[in-house]
Design a protein around this ligand. Structure first.
Ligand SMILES: C[S@@+](CC[C@H](N)C(=O)[O-])C[C@H]1O[C@@H](n2cnc3c(N)ncnc32)[C@H](O)[C@@H]1O
Length: 330
């Protein structure tokens, strides 16, 4: 019971990390033309604290937005970390600067009550989702699967923050494989600081007051970006000793994305970081080389009894950490 409570608390903490304005600006500058004439929804965003809301309100005219909607979640569960349990859940509509001072004023924001707690899955929030062209937020970590599934169900364009681990989810990986969603430009070194009201666990070197450093953070989108059409320059050539074949799947192992051999057109197992360089004109994703999804492409059990790709050199078994199986396109 104590463990369960601790885990719930840990998850609740991760659900309450707030995104820095600079991170939002860095990513969204690549998507500018997409916003012209569009309604943007930030549906996990308390407008009083959300930098997503702030970014779109400040840049409303520059982006040529039609409407900005933000819904604020009030957690009705009396859990350890609910901040504003007693307050009314609201949504806010902003339709641009009206008084000519070029600044979004509170008087220009329409603040409306929500019947429920602002859960993105509630019917009233789904009605707001239906109005939106583009959804942009950092959704709760613990509900990421459901969050993405809902965006796909309602056929919405989106730019959202997630964790690298989500790439392996059975609900997410097939969307990546089928080129329905892809990685955005991302965070420098795959890590960033989020604003957190909980204890700061950032190491001394990268300590930032009131912030928590999180690694393995990604942007996921289904909006067209230049990056996914950039060719990965390959310079290594294939040889059997540097690129051993797996024992339990017909593919070679490649330890680093930049080492993908230029002259190999068979199946290859590459690390997850490949997805950051994935260009669908250059490569095809065959499947996931580890875990439950690996069974789907015929990966059999390895020496550890798991369906992760593995190879043997001079009798030494090796199971590389996490592989995606890809093939070069000719
Ligand atoms: C990771 S935080 C990010 C907040 C904000 N989007 C940002 O980037 O700064 C996720 C937010 O979603 C809210 N949230 C949690 N569960 C939710 C739900 N079911 N529906 C809508 N929002 C939810 C949390 O309260 C939290 O504010």
């Amino acid at each position: 019971m104590a463990n369960k409570l601790l885990n719930t608390a840990k998850t609740a903490k991760k659900d309450e990390f707030y995104t820095q304005l600079s991170d939002i600006e860095n990513e969204l500058r690549h998507y500018r033309p997409h916003f012209n004439g569009k309604t943007v929804l930030c549906n996990c965003d308390d407008p009083r604290v959300s930098n997503f809301f702030k970014y779109f309100a400040i840049n409303f005219e520059i982006l040529g937005l039609k409407k900005l909607i933000a819904t604020c979640y009030k957690n009705n569960e009396p859990d350890l970390f609910s901040q504003n349990a007693a307050e009314q859940a609201v949504y806010i509509i902003y339709e641009g600067n009206k008084n000519g001072n070029k600044v979004p004023d509170p008087s220009e924001m329409e603040v409306l009550p929500l019947q429920g707690d602002g859960d993105f899955r509630s019917q009233e929030c789904i009605e707001l989702l239906k109005q939106a062209d583009i959804v942009c937020t950092n959704p709760p970590f613990s509900l990421f699967r459901e969050y993405v599934a809902q965006l796909i169900q309602y056929d919405k364009k989106f730019i959202i923050i997630g964790n690298q681990n989500a790439l392996h989810y059975s609900e997410i990986f097939p969307l990546i494989k089928d080129d329905k969603i892809w990685l955005g430009y991302g965070f420098k070194g795959g890590a960033t600081h989020f604003i957190s009201k909980y204890e700061d666990v950032a190491t001394a070197g990268d300590h930032k007051e009131g912030m928590i450093r999180v690694s393995g953070v990604i942007w996921l989108t289904n909006l067209e970006i230049q990056k996914r059409h950039e060719m990965l320059i390959l310079y290594k050539t294939y040889n059997p000793s540097d690129y051993p074949k797996y024992d339990n799947y017909e593919a070679i192992n490649v330890d680093k994305t930049q080492d993908i051999p230029v002259d190999y057109y068979g199946a290859m197992g590459v690390p997850d970081t490949f997805l950051d360089k994935y260009n669908p004109d250059q490569f095809e994703i065959i499947g996931l080389g580890c875990g439950d999804l690996a069974k789907q492409i015929g990966i059999t059990k390895n020496y550890r009894g798991r369906t992760d790709v593995a190879y043997t050199i001079n009798g030494k078994h090796t199971c590389p950490y996490s592989r995606i199986i890809i093939r070069r396109k000719k």
